[in-house]
Design a protein around this ligand. Structure first.
Ligand code: MGD
Ligand code: MGD
Ligand code: SF4
Ligand code: MO
Length: 730
């Protein structure tokens, strides 16, 4: 690994190698890149998360580096309405003029930023700083709101801290009972499946809760197949059984928690037959699941998007956290509750300030002490920092409206495909005076932009990512970006300079500070004319300072330290102190040190079925495509494996509609319609349809999904809405 790292910072060496991580999901599988005669080969590397495994997306990730459709120059929309190549100077001039004009006419908040959970920590941090210091806008949020926010909010209110897994992934393999709720890691994190196999080989019990018989459900001993949107009732019923059977850990509840009484009273009313009526999960299965959890020596409960992407996602996660607390799991060795983070930097991306209500280190932007600390690092007065903005969907839905932002800059997201009620979001984006998108491919969102900035890809930049375990990792560059292409950090630094913003004092701060031994030696990957704060090492050094003392404290994390071990788990406040692979052994991060129960009641989905829209639709992922598909739809092997959108439906329903396999279906909701071929399978409930969200155009399922938001996390209800379905007769 160190060899790879060294090679990566030594340009011109052939063969060129870099030990880095996959660009896609939060598992951040270790991989080795090697370049010979211009060809790049991907090899898996033994890393604690993937243990030498990779999925098909990882194996083929390098194909996009030299892809013919890669953007190589900035693009500007001309008077003829078309995007045409332009110089960087022209692109920056258009952006800076646009920002100035917009802010002069409509105020600072009329310029907005939309970020992404795939960005490195350095970029997420720089984006937040750019918004607050260069633009002085409060309007910044990011796609993690669509992903992680419900579990994050539930974790915060129970534990006082939000780290997806509060223990290393390897614990999964040793748990006696493992409950996966709305998670399909066999397709969404395939190398993780080996922990599930290991767990079962050791005699453990695996329980999966999913409305579909997924590849993950097929690995399970027990599969609960609820109606979408009824997990909260299921969780309360499991707690009900644990209570009546005496499996609640009373000592733990008394010593380590608060607020159990209110939760116990609610659970008392959730006898399993009541939950069965709502969810369709048989009483016997609920009792068996509760027994497997309640009588296990060690047990782990994990949630993912199936449980979380609901207008009651926070309360649903809280119901499972309540169950975990009642059984005494969090903080007990080998046990616990966790959430499976999704995007490559889904964890770090939600810690360093690209969220509307946040400053770096998971600080709150409305906390005076936090503002003072961060303002000092940024070299500005605390009063100059804007206040909290609005959440991702609310931001998108304000664009171009009389009171909303008129200019938007997007880094690392493709909301035209991935946002709920996407046709409306697309209209809002088109209503902007100026839309700027930084991407390395022409995503559906870039295609409607006024300015497109070609940016570097993962193998062309250094930085850090924080994986689903809270482990900070090193992304290591294999080679420089192709000519004409700039990194996201460079773009932000250039724009800051062009706006005459007080650019980050990072370089000076850091150069004079002996605790940053690796600075100010600039890496070979930064062109000599690049501003200092385009250097990811400079930005990371500043991030450490800004995060110091916060919940997500990175002050003691250095690139050297990451290189020397297999990453560093936050919080890690001191360079010579320990990091934190496991949280909660002695206390929780709440003021009292106790975990907090939160009483939660089931409530119906925002939209229930009716005569006009008689079926439920849920959405999710397939193995060979990633997210909005900008990247994976352009990789040959992945396109062949998953070439087009589809709608999954049960054979009984197909018979009623008179539809055959592969025939085109139209799925309609109150918000819009999509069309895609039918995929008939008995693995789905007869009252429910499923479609993946990886495609735009007519097959875009987000034309149909519901933009109802969770009141706390502002998470949209991607996982359930009411639809009608019919065969499209040619
Ligand atoms: N191949 C691939 N892998 C990925 C990604 C990708 O796009 N493609 N994206 C990454 C990201 S960002 C994320 S967030 C993760 C997501 O990882 P997962 O959460 O595992 O993925 P999903 O497919 O969105 O949802 C999981 C399951 O929830 C089920 N589900 C739907 N509705 C409900 C419900 O109401 N209750 C319950 N219990 N289950 C329900 C679906 O049937 C689905 O099988 O994957 C990451 N990995
Ligand atoms: N119906 C439905 N919709 C969903 C979901 C669902 O389950 N169902 N899941 C939601 C979830 S969990 C998520 S995370 C979102 C994800 O959806 P998006 O936010 O659209 O995420 P991506 O498709 O990963 O978009 C990333 C874009 O940025 C580009 N990109 C990648 N890396 C970088 C970088 O470093 N810099 C720059 N400048 N660009 C980069 C890629 O080429 C791509 O075009 O979708 C959400 N939408
Ligand atoms: S599981 Fe995730 S990180 Fe690992 S190779 Fe596949 S996409 Fe990449
Ligand atoms: Mo996600």
């Amino acid at each position: 690994m160190t060899d790879g790292a060294r090679a990566a910072t030594t340009p011109g060496r052939t063969p060129h190698e870099a030990a880095t991580h996959c660009p896609y999901c939060a598992l951040q599988c270790g991989m080795l890149l090697s370049e010979r005669d211009g060809r790049i080969e991907v090899l898996p590397r033994d890393f604690p998360t993937n243990r030498g495994g990779l999925c098909q997306k990882g194996w083929t990730a390098a194909e996009l580096l030299d892809h013919p459709e890669r953007l190589t120059t900035p693009l500007l929309r001309g008077p003829d309405g078309r995007l045409a190549p332009a110089t960087w100077a022209e692109a920056y001039a258009r952006i800076v003029t646009g920002i100035r004009d917009t802010q002069a006419a409509h105020g600072r908040d009329a310029v907005a930023i939309f970020g992404g959970g795939g960005l490195t920590n350095e970029k997420a941090y720089a984006l937040g700083r750019f918004a607050r210091v260069a633009l002085r806008t409060r309007m910044i949020d990011y796609n993690g709101r669509f992903c992680m926010s419900s579990a994050a909010a539930a974790g915060m209110r129970a534990f006082g801290i939000d780290r997806g897994l509060p223990f290393p992934l390897a614990d999964l393999g040793r748990a006696d009972t493992l409950l996966l709720v709305g998670a399909n890691p066999a397709e969404t994190m395939p190398p993780l499946a080996r922990y599930l196999t290991e767990q079962r080989e050791r005699g453990g019990r695996l329980i999966v809760v999913d409305p579909r018989v997924t590849a993950t459900a097929r690995l399970a001993d027990l599969h609960l197949q609820p109606l979408p949107g009824t997990d909260l009732a299921v969780a309360n019923a499991l707690l009900h059984v644990a209570l009546t059977e005496g499996w609640v850990d009373r000592e733990y509840v008394a010593a380590r928690t608060e607020g159990f009484d209110a939760v116990r009273r609610i659970a008392a009313g959730w006898w399993p037959a009541r939950a069965e009526r709502l969810s369709g999960v048989p009483v016997a299965d609920l009792e068996e699941a509760a027994r497997a959890l309640g009588t296990a020596r060690t047990a782990i409960i994990l949630t993912a998007r199936g449980a979380e992407q609901h207008a009651k996602g926070v309360d649903t996660v809280s119901a499972f956290v309540n169950l975990a607390l009642a059984l005494g799991l969090p903080g007990r060795p080998g046990s616990g509750y966790g959430c499976l983070t999704g995007q490559g930097n889904g964890q770090g991306g939600r810690e360093h300030g690209q969220k509307a209500d946040q400053l770096p280190g998971y600080r709150r932007i409305d906390d005076p002490a936090a503002r003072e600390h961060v303002a000092a690092v940024w070299g500005v007065h605390p009063d100059e920092l804007p206040g909290p903005g609005v959440s991702a969907y609310e931001l998108l839905d304000l664009l171009g409206t009389p009171t909303g932002p008129k200019t938007l800059l997007v880094f690392g997201s493709n909301p035209v495909v991935s946002a709920p009620r996407a046709a409306r979001v697309e209209r809002r984006l088109r209503d902007l005076d100026l839309l700027v998108v930084a991407d390395f491919l022409l995503s559906e969102t870039a295609a409607i932009a006024d300015v497109v900035l070609p940016t570097a890809q993962w193998a062309e930049e250094d930085g850090t990512m924080t994986n689903l375990e809270g482990r900070v990792l090193r992304r290591r560059a294999l080679r420089e970006p192709p000519p004409g292409i700039r990194t996201d950090l460079r773009i932000l630094a250039d724009l800051s300079a062009a706006l005459n913003a007080p650019s980050a004092p990072a370089a000076e701060v850091v150069a004079g500070d002996p605790s940053y031994p690796f600075l100010p030696s600039r890496g070979p990957l930064q062109p000599p004319d690049a501003p200092a704060d385009a250097d990811p090492r400079v930005v990371f050094a500043e991030l450490r300072r800004a995060s110091a003392g916060g919940a997500a404290d990175y002050a003691g994390v250095t690139w050297e330290r990451i290189d020397a071990a297999d990453g560093v788990f936050w919080p890690c406040p001191d360079t010579d102190g320990p990091d934190t692979p496991r949280l909660f052994a002695e206390r929780f991060a709440t003021p009292s040190g106790r975990a907090r129960f939160h009483p939660v009641e089931h409530r119906p989905a925002a939209e229930e079925v009716c005569a006009e829209y008689p079926f439920y639709l849920t959405t999710g992922r397939v193995l060979a495509q990633y997210q909005s598909g900008t990247q994976t739809r352009r990789v040959g092997a992945l396109r062949r494996a998953a070439p087009e959108p589809f709608v999954e439906l049960h054979p009984d329903l197909a018979a009623r509609l008179g539809v055959e396999e592969g025939e085109e279906l139209r799925v309609t909701s109150r918000r819009g319609e999509m069309r895609a071929p039918a995929r008939i399978t008995a693995t789905i409930r007869p009252d429910t349809l499923f479609a993946p969200f990886h495609w735009g155009g007519a097959g875009r399922v987000n034309s149909v999904t519901n933009d109802a938001l969770d009141p706390v996390s502002r998470m949209p209800e991607f996982k359930v809405c009411a639809v009608r379905v019919e065969k499209v007769t040619p």
